[in-house]
Ligand binder design. Structure first.
Ligand code: DC
Length: 230
């Protein structure tokens, strides 16, 4: 059967990566979490002290972009590929609230976007890929055969992210998370370079009131239809 490219975009904490992982597993496609790439660059900038609450040495980051090597390595126990920054597994480090608080500023930098988009396009050049992010259907793969735009209320998204972080043992409050979700929504959708917008040919799914199974079944049916008609 011909392989296709599936782009999944949407606001933060809408569960895009859960759907993307499930789809990739079911279809035996490659899954790429493009947000993890922006998070890993953010983690690098924090490690190098290029960014903090008081400053952002954007030029230093831009001048050292060549020192950042990102790769994914499939973890069969987890069932997805973890991200490596300069050969170190940073999958856990990049999920902290601190990284979440800085990532939108890093993702606004056009030079960072150019570098990551190039690598994302390379990952998807043979099709058979499910990629989730903010600009996958609009910029990375504008010709993707199937595009989804996932949405849910800010309250539901914050609640889900809060539960996830608490389970991991992070000390966070629901209000902190809600603030971060709303802040990222604003920056992601108003930035100049590749703002988060729904591609005109994307199928919108609001999962505020859908269970994971209901959501998967709905999306998988659309994928099956597409694959039958390709
Ligand atoms: O999906 P996520 O929450 O892990 O993404 C982290 C941040 O990265 C998000 O706030 C915006 C940015 N991002 C982006 O600008 N473009 C993408 N394709 C993916 C993520």
């Amino acid at each position: 059967m011909n392989k296709i490219t599936i782009a999944i975009d949407g606001f933060s904490s809408t569960g895009k990566s859960t759907i993307a992982k499930q789809l990739a597993q079911k279809l035996h496609y490659v899954y790429v979490d493009s947000g993890a790439m922006y998070r890993a660059v953010t983690f690098y900038a924090m490690q190098q002290e290029y960014i903090s609450e008081c400053y952002f040495f954007k030029d230093k980051l831009i001048n050292n972009l060549e020192d950042i090597h990102l790769s994914f390595c499939y973890n069969s126990e987890l069932g997805f590929a973890e991200i490596f920054l300069n050969n170190v597994n940073v999958e856990n480090d990049i999920r902290s609230l601190e990284v979440s608080n800085f990532v939108s500023r890093i993702a606004e930098v056009p030079e960072v976007r150019r570098k990551l988009v190039e690598q994302q396009q390379e990952f998807g050049k043979n099709k058979g890929v499910v990629m989730d992010g903010r600009d996958i259907g609009t910029v990375v793969f504008p010709d993707a055969e199937l595009k989804f735009f996932i949405n849910a209320s800010a309250d539901k998204r914050a609640k889900r992210r809060f539960d996830e972080l608490i389970k991991k043992g992070d000390k966070v409050t629901y209000n902190e998370i809600l603030k971060n979700v709303e802040y990222r929504d604003r920056i992601d959708s108003t930035r100049e370079d590749s703002p988060l917008i729904k591609a005109i040919d994307a199928i919108e799914i609001d999962n505020s009131d859908l269970s994971l199974t209901e959501q998967f079944d709905k999306i998988y049916e659309i994928v099956q239809n597409k694959l039958r008609n390709i």
